[in-house]
Design a protein around this ligand. Structure first.
Ligand SMILES: N[C@H](CCC[C@H](N)C(=O)O)C(=O)O
Length: 331
Protein backbone atom coordinates (compact mmCIF):
# COMPACT_ATOMS: atom_id res chain seq x y z
CA UNK A 1 0.00 0.00 0.00
CA UNK A 2 1.19 3.51 -0.88
CA UNK A 3 0.19 6.88 0.55
CA UNK A 4 -0.64 9.75 -1.81
CA UNK A 5 -2.16 13.13 -1.12
CA UNK A 6 -5.19 14.62 -2.83
CA UNK A 7 -4.37 18.32 -3.12
CA UNK A 8 -5.54 21.45 -4.91
CA UNK A 9 -4.69 25.06 -5.68
CA UNK A 10 -7.78 27.14 -6.55
CA UNK A 11 -9.71 23.94 -7.14
CA UNK A 12 -7.19 22.76 -9.76
CA UNK A 13 -6.83 19.29 -8.21
CA UNK A 14 -4.13 16.66 -8.26
CA UNK A 15 -2.88 13.46 -6.71
CA UNK A 16 0.59 14.00 -5.28
CA UNK A 17 2.90 11.00 -5.23
CA UNK A 18 6.36 11.07 -3.67
CA UNK A 19 8.32 8.63 -5.83
CA UNK A 20 11.27 8.74 -3.42
CA UNK A 21 9.14 6.79 -0.93
CA UNK A 22 8.57 3.87 -3.29
CA UNK A 23 10.89 0.87 -3.04
CA UNK A 24 10.72 0.65 -6.83
CA UNK A 25 10.05 3.88 -8.78
CA UNK A 26 7.37 3.71 -11.46
CA UNK A 27 8.50 3.55 -15.07
CA UNK A 28 7.20 6.01 -17.71
CA UNK A 29 4.42 3.74 -18.91
CA UNK A 30 3.24 3.10 -15.35
CA UNK A 31 3.25 6.85 -14.60
CA UNK A 32 1.09 7.54 -17.65
CA UNK A 33 -1.32 4.73 -16.83
CA UNK A 34 -1.59 5.73 -13.17
CA UNK A 35 -2.40 9.35 -14.14
CA UNK A 36 -5.03 8.25 -16.65
CA UNK A 37 -6.73 5.85 -14.22
CA UNK A 38 -6.60 8.02 -11.11
CA UNK A 39 -7.60 11.26 -12.82
CA UNK A 40 -10.60 9.81 -14.62
CA UNK A 41 -13.55 11.85 -13.32
CA UNK A 42 -16.08 9.07 -13.90
CA UNK A 43 -14.23 5.82 -13.23
CA UNK A 44 -12.19 6.60 -10.10
CA UNK A 45 -14.00 6.20 -6.78
CA UNK A 46 -12.45 9.46 -5.61
CA UNK A 47 -13.87 11.78 -8.27
CA UNK A 48 -10.68 11.95 -10.32
CA UNK A 49 -8.36 14.94 -10.71
CA UNK A 50 -6.82 17.31 -13.27
CA UNK A 51 -3.43 15.64 -13.02
CA UNK A 52 -0.76 13.74 -11.13
CA UNK A 53 2.17 15.52 -9.45
CA UNK A 54 5.28 13.45 -8.96
CA UNK A 55 7.97 14.36 -6.44
CA UNK A 56 11.34 12.89 -7.37
CA UNK A 57 14.98 13.49 -6.50
CA UNK A 58 16.58 16.63 -7.95
CA UNK A 59 19.78 16.24 -9.92
CA UNK A 60 20.19 20.00 -10.22
CA UNK A 61 20.70 21.04 -6.62
CA UNK A 62 17.07 21.80 -5.74
CA UNK A 63 15.36 20.33 -2.67
CA UNK A 64 13.38 18.01 -4.99
CA UNK A 65 12.00 17.81 -8.49
CA UNK A 66 8.36 18.08 -9.55
CA UNK A 67 6.92 16.39 -12.62
CA UNK A 68 3.43 17.22 -13.90
CA UNK A 69 1.36 14.57 -15.65
CA UNK A 70 -1.92 15.76 -17.17
CA UNK A 71 -5.12 13.72 -16.82
CA UNK A 72 -4.63 12.28 -20.32
CA UNK A 73 -1.13 11.00 -19.46
CA UNK A 74 0.80 13.73 -21.33
CA UNK A 75 3.51 15.62 -19.44
CA UNK A 76 3.43 19.40 -18.85
CA UNK A 77 6.59 21.41 -18.27
CA UNK A 78 5.16 23.21 -15.26
CA UNK A 79 2.13 23.60 -13.06
CA UNK A 80 1.72 26.72 -10.96
CA UNK A 81 -1.17 25.57 -8.77
CA UNK A 82 0.47 22.19 -8.31
CA UNK A 83 3.85 23.71 -7.44
CA UNK A 84 2.31 25.48 -4.44
CA UNK A 85 1.10 22.17 -3.04
CA UNK A 86 4.43 20.46 -3.76
CA UNK A 87 6.21 23.37 -2.04
CA UNK A 88 4.04 22.89 1.03
CA UNK A 89 4.61 19.13 0.97
CA UNK A 90 8.38 19.61 0.81
CA UNK A 91 8.42 22.33 3.47
CA UNK A 92 6.55 20.03 5.85
CA UNK A 93 8.62 16.98 4.93
CA UNK A 94 11.85 18.90 5.62
CA UNK A 95 10.49 20.80 8.66
CA UNK A 96 11.18 24.21 7.10
CA UNK A 97 9.78 27.42 8.56
CA UNK A 98 7.11 29.31 6.63
CA UNK A 99 9.43 32.10 5.43
CA UNK A 100 12.29 29.84 4.30
CA UNK A 101 12.86 30.10 0.53
CA UNK A 102 13.94 26.97 -1.32
CA UNK A 103 14.09 25.64 -4.87
CA UNK A 104 12.05 23.03 -6.69
CA UNK A 105 13.39 21.64 -9.95
CA UNK A 106 10.88 21.65 -12.83
CA UNK A 107 11.35 20.55 -16.45
CA UNK A 108 12.96 23.79 -17.59
CA UNK A 109 14.16 25.56 -14.45
CA UNK A 110 14.75 25.47 -10.71
CA UNK A 111 12.04 27.72 -9.24
CA UNK A 112 12.05 29.63 -5.93
CA UNK A 113 9.20 28.90 -3.54
CA UNK A 114 8.28 29.97 -0.02
CA UNK A 115 5.38 30.01 2.41
CA UNK A 116 2.97 32.97 2.35
CA UNK A 117 0.46 34.38 4.82
CA UNK A 118 -2.52 32.01 4.95
CA UNK A 119 -5.55 33.17 2.92
CA UNK A 120 -7.93 32.31 5.77
CA UNK A 121 -7.98 30.09 8.84
CA UNK A 122 -6.92 26.58 7.68
CA UNK A 123 -6.24 27.87 4.16
CA UNK A 124 -2.43 27.73 3.96
CA UNK A 125 -0.82 29.60 1.08
CA UNK A 126 2.46 29.44 -0.84
CA UNK A 127 4.29 31.86 -3.10
CA UNK A 128 5.97 30.35 -6.18
CA UNK A 129 8.08 31.68 -9.03
CA UNK A 130 6.70 31.30 -12.56
CA UNK A 131 9.41 31.42 -15.23
CA UNK A 132 11.05 31.31 -17.77
CA UNK A 133 8.90 33.51 -20.01
CA UNK A 134 9.12 33.48 -23.81
CA UNK A 135 7.07 35.14 -26.55
CA UNK A 136 8.72 33.23 -29.41
CA UNK A 137 6.47 31.11 -31.61
CA UNK A 138 8.95 28.21 -31.45
CA UNK A 139 8.80 28.09 -27.62
CA UNK A 140 5.00 28.22 -27.71
CA UNK A 141 4.67 25.57 -30.43
CA UNK A 142 2.71 28.09 -32.50
CA UNK A 143 2.47 27.73 -36.27
CA UNK A 144 0.79 30.92 -37.40
CA UNK A 145 2.30 33.56 -39.66
CA UNK A 146 3.70 35.43 -36.66
CA UNK A 147 7.04 35.20 -34.85
CA UNK A 148 5.24 36.59 -31.79
CA UNK A 149 1.59 37.28 -31.05
CA UNK A 150 0.42 40.31 -29.06
CA UNK A 151 -3.21 41.43 -29.08
CA UNK A 152 -3.84 40.46 -32.70
CA UNK A 153 -6.86 39.19 -34.58
CA UNK A 154 -6.22 35.77 -36.12
CA UNK A 155 -9.10 35.07 -38.53
CA UNK A 156 -8.41 31.30 -38.44
CA UNK A 157 -9.15 31.35 -34.68
CA UNK A 158 -11.89 33.97 -34.35
CA UNK A 159 -13.20 36.83 -36.51
CA UNK A 160 -13.18 39.30 -33.63
CA UNK A 161 -11.10 38.22 -30.62
CA UNK A 162 -7.56 39.54 -30.24
CA UNK A 163 -5.04 36.95 -29.10
CA UNK A 164 -1.67 37.00 -27.40
CA UNK A 165 0.61 34.00 -26.93
CA UNK A 166 3.26 33.33 -24.32
CA UNK A 167 5.16 30.38 -22.84
CA UNK A 168 5.72 30.46 -19.05
CA UNK A 169 6.97 27.85 -20.01
CA UNK A 170 3.61 26.06 -20.58
CA UNK A 171 2.16 27.41 -23.83
CA UNK A 172 -0.73 29.86 -23.43
CA UNK A 173 -3.08 31.54 -25.88
CA UNK A 174 -4.97 34.38 -24.22
CA UNK A 175 -7.69 36.86 -25.18
CA UNK A 176 -9.08 39.75 -23.15
CA UNK A 177 -12.87 39.55 -23.49
CA UNK A 178 -16.12 40.98 -22.16
CA UNK A 179 -18.16 39.18 -19.53
CA UNK A 180 -20.56 37.48 -21.95
CA UNK A 181 -17.67 36.02 -23.95
CA UNK A 182 -15.89 34.90 -20.76
CA UNK A 183 -18.98 32.99 -19.64
CA UNK A 184 -20.02 31.74 -23.13
CA UNK A 185 -19.26 28.60 -25.15
CA UNK A 186 -16.44 29.97 -27.30
CA UNK A 187 -13.64 29.07 -24.86
CA UNK A 188 -14.51 25.38 -24.85
CA UNK A 189 -15.05 25.33 -28.64
CA UNK A 190 -11.68 26.94 -29.32
CA UNK A 191 -9.86 24.98 -26.58
CA UNK A 192 -11.20 21.68 -27.91
CA UNK A 193 -10.31 22.65 -31.51
CA UNK A 194 -6.72 23.68 -30.70
CA UNK A 195 -6.17 20.58 -28.55
CA UNK A 196 -7.15 18.10 -31.22
CA UNK A 197 -5.41 17.67 -34.59
CA UNK A 198 -4.89 21.22 -35.94
CA UNK A 199 -2.20 23.02 -37.96
CA UNK A 200 -1.78 26.05 -35.64
CA UNK A 201 -0.84 24.39 -32.34
CA UNK A 202 -0.01 20.79 -33.28
CA UNK A 203 1.05 19.97 -29.67
CA UNK A 204 -1.98 21.72 -28.18
CA UNK A 205 -2.15 24.89 -26.13
CA UNK A 206 -3.79 26.16 -22.93
CA UNK A 207 -6.48 28.66 -23.92
CA UNK A 208 -7.68 31.41 -21.55
CA UNK A 209 -10.26 34.18 -21.65
CA UNK A 210 -9.61 37.11 -19.33
CA UNK A 211 -12.00 39.80 -18.13
CA UNK A 212 -10.67 42.99 -16.53
CA UNK A 213 -12.68 43.65 -13.35
CA UNK A 214 -10.82 46.64 -11.87
CA UNK A 215 -7.39 48.29 -12.08
CA UNK A 216 -5.81 45.54 -9.95
CA UNK A 217 -8.19 42.71 -10.63
CA UNK A 218 -8.85 40.23 -13.44
CA UNK A 219 -10.88 37.03 -13.90
CA UNK A 220 -9.29 34.12 -15.81
CA UNK A 221 -11.08 31.07 -17.24
CA UNK A 222 -8.95 28.35 -18.85
CA UNK A 223 -9.31 25.34 -21.12
CA UNK A 224 -6.20 23.27 -20.39
CA UNK A 225 -4.22 21.16 -22.77
CA UNK A 226 -4.37 17.50 -21.72
CA UNK A 227 -7.26 18.14 -19.33
CA UNK A 228 -10.12 20.36 -20.58
CA UNK A 229 -11.92 23.12 -18.68
CA UNK A 230 -10.38 23.43 -15.18
CA UNK A 231 -11.31 25.47 -12.10
CA UNK A 232 -8.05 27.36 -12.48
CA UNK A 233 -4.66 27.12 -14.15
CA UNK A 234 -1.74 28.69 -12.30
CA UNK A 235 0.51 29.29 -15.27
CA UNK A 236 -2.47 30.73 -17.20
CA UNK A 237 -3.25 33.17 -14.39
CA UNK A 238 0.43 34.16 -14.28
CA UNK A 239 0.61 34.57 -18.07
CA UNK A 240 -2.63 36.59 -18.06
CA UNK A 241 -1.29 38.87 -15.31
CA UNK A 242 1.86 39.45 -17.33
CA UNK A 243 -0.07 40.36 -20.48
CA UNK A 244 -2.39 42.61 -18.47
CA UNK A 245 0.61 44.50 -17.13
CA UNK A 246 2.35 44.67 -20.53
CA UNK A 247 -0.72 45.65 -22.56
CA UNK A 248 -2.82 47.67 -20.13
CA UNK A 249 -1.06 48.85 -16.96
CA UNK A 250 2.44 49.36 -18.34
CA UNK A 251 5.34 50.18 -15.97
CA UNK A 252 3.02 51.02 -13.10
CA UNK A 253 1.82 47.42 -13.08
CA UNK A 254 5.25 46.02 -12.23
CA UNK A 255 5.81 44.90 -8.60
CA UNK A 256 2.12 45.49 -7.93
CA UNK A 257 -0.10 42.84 -6.33
CA UNK A 258 -2.93 41.79 -8.63
CA UNK A 259 -5.99 39.83 -7.58
CA UNK A 260 -6.80 37.05 -10.02
CA UNK A 261 -10.23 35.50 -9.69
CA UNK A 262 -11.00 32.12 -11.20
CA UNK A 263 -13.92 29.67 -11.12
CA UNK A 264 -12.26 27.81 -8.21
CA UNK A 265 -11.35 30.79 -6.01
CA UNK A 266 -8.71 33.52 -6.13
CA UNK A 267 -4.93 33.93 -6.24
CA UNK A 268 -2.59 36.90 -6.13
CA UNK A 269 0.15 37.60 -8.63
CA UNK A 270 3.03 40.05 -8.91
CA UNK A 271 4.77 40.70 -12.23
CA UNK A 272 8.51 41.37 -12.00
CA UNK A 273 11.13 42.36 -14.56
CA UNK A 274 14.80 41.47 -14.18
CA UNK A 275 17.57 43.89 -15.12
CA UNK A 276 18.13 42.02 -18.38
CA UNK A 277 14.49 42.71 -19.31
CA UNK A 278 13.17 39.19 -18.67
CA UNK A 279 9.86 38.91 -16.90
CA UNK A 280 8.90 36.50 -14.12
CA UNK A 281 5.78 36.23 -12.01
CA UNK A 282 5.04 35.44 -8.37
CA UNK A 283 1.96 33.25 -8.00
CA UNK A 284 0.52 33.30 -4.46
CA UNK A 285 -2.40 31.13 -3.49
CA UNK A 286 -3.79 28.31 -1.42
CA UNK A 287 -2.03 24.96 -1.11
CA UNK A 288 -4.75 22.70 0.23
CA UNK A 289 -4.31 19.07 1.30
CA UNK A 290 -7.77 17.57 0.92
CA UNK A 291 -7.01 14.03 2.04
CA UNK A 292 -4.45 11.30 2.50
CA UNK A 293 -5.16 8.47 0.09
CA UNK A 294 -3.83 4.97 0.73
CA UNK A 295 -3.99 2.53 -2.15
CA UNK A 296 -2.43 -0.36 -3.98
CA UNK A 297 -0.60 1.12 -7.00
CA UNK A 298 -0.83 -2.04 -9.13
CA UNK A 299 -4.61 -2.19 -8.61
CA UNK A 300 -4.96 1.55 -9.23
CA UNK A 301 -3.15 1.19 -12.57
CA UNK A 302 -5.83 -1.32 -13.55
CA UNK A 303 -8.57 1.10 -12.54
CA UNK A 304 -9.39 -0.93 -9.42
CA UNK A 305 -9.85 1.28 -6.35
CA UNK A 306 -11.62 -1.27 -4.14
CA UNK A 307 -8.96 -1.19 -1.40
CA UNK A 308 -8.48 2.59 -1.43
CA UNK A 309 -8.70 4.36 1.93
CA UNK A 310 -9.55 8.07 1.94
CA UNK A 311 -8.66 10.03 5.06
CA UNK A 312 -10.09 13.52 4.97
CA UNK A 313 -7.93 16.34 6.38
CA UNK A 314 -10.83 18.70 7.09
CA UNK A 315 -9.08 21.49 5.14
CA UNK A 316 -11.51 21.44 2.24
CA UNK A 317 -14.38 22.73 4.39
CA UNK A 318 -12.24 25.75 5.33
CA UNK A 319 -11.31 26.28 1.66
CA UNK A 320 -14.93 26.17 0.52
CA UNK A 321 -15.76 28.83 3.13
CA UNK A 322 -12.96 30.99 1.76
CA UNK A 323 -14.05 30.44 -1.88
CA UNK A 324 -17.67 31.33 -1.01
CA UNK A 325 -16.49 34.57 0.61
CA UNK A 326 -14.46 35.38 -2.55
CA UNK A 327 -17.52 34.80 -4.73
CA UNK A 328 -19.57 37.05 -2.50
CA UNK A 329 -17.10 39.95 -2.85
CA UNK A 330 -17.10 39.43 -6.62
CA UNK A 331 -20.87 40.00 -6.84
N1 LIG B 1 -2.81 23.53 -14.21
C1 LIG B 1 -1.43 23.84 -14.32
C2 LIG B 1 -0.88 23.88 -15.70
C3 LIG B 1 -1.00 22.59 -16.45
C4 LIG B 1 -0.58 22.82 -17.87
C5 LIG B 1 -0.95 21.75 -18.77
N2 LIG B 1 -2.35 21.61 -18.99
C6 LIG B 1 -0.17 21.81 -20.07
O1 LIG B 1 0.45 22.83 -20.42
O2 LIG B 1 -0.16 20.78 -20.74
C7 LIG B 1 -1.10 25.12 -13.58
O3 LIG B 1 -1.71 25.36 -12.54
O4 LIG B 1 -0.20 25.85 -13.96
Amino acid sequence: MVKLLKVHGSGNDFFLLDQTKLSEPLNEKEIRTLAQQMCDRKKGTTGGADGLLLVTKSNKGALARMRVINADGSEASMCGNGLRTVARYLAEKNSLTNDETFQVETMQANLQVKGAKQFADQVPAFDVEISPVSFQAADIGMHLDHAELQDTIIPELSPSLKFSAVAVPNPHLIAFVDHATLAGDQLVELGARLNSANPYFPDGVNVSFVEILAENEIFVRTYERGVGLTNACGTAMSASSLLYVMQVLGQRGLEKELRVNNPGGMVKTVVHQRENGEYWISLIGNATFVAEVTLNLKEAMQGNFASLVWQDSGEQAAYLGFAAAVEQTNK
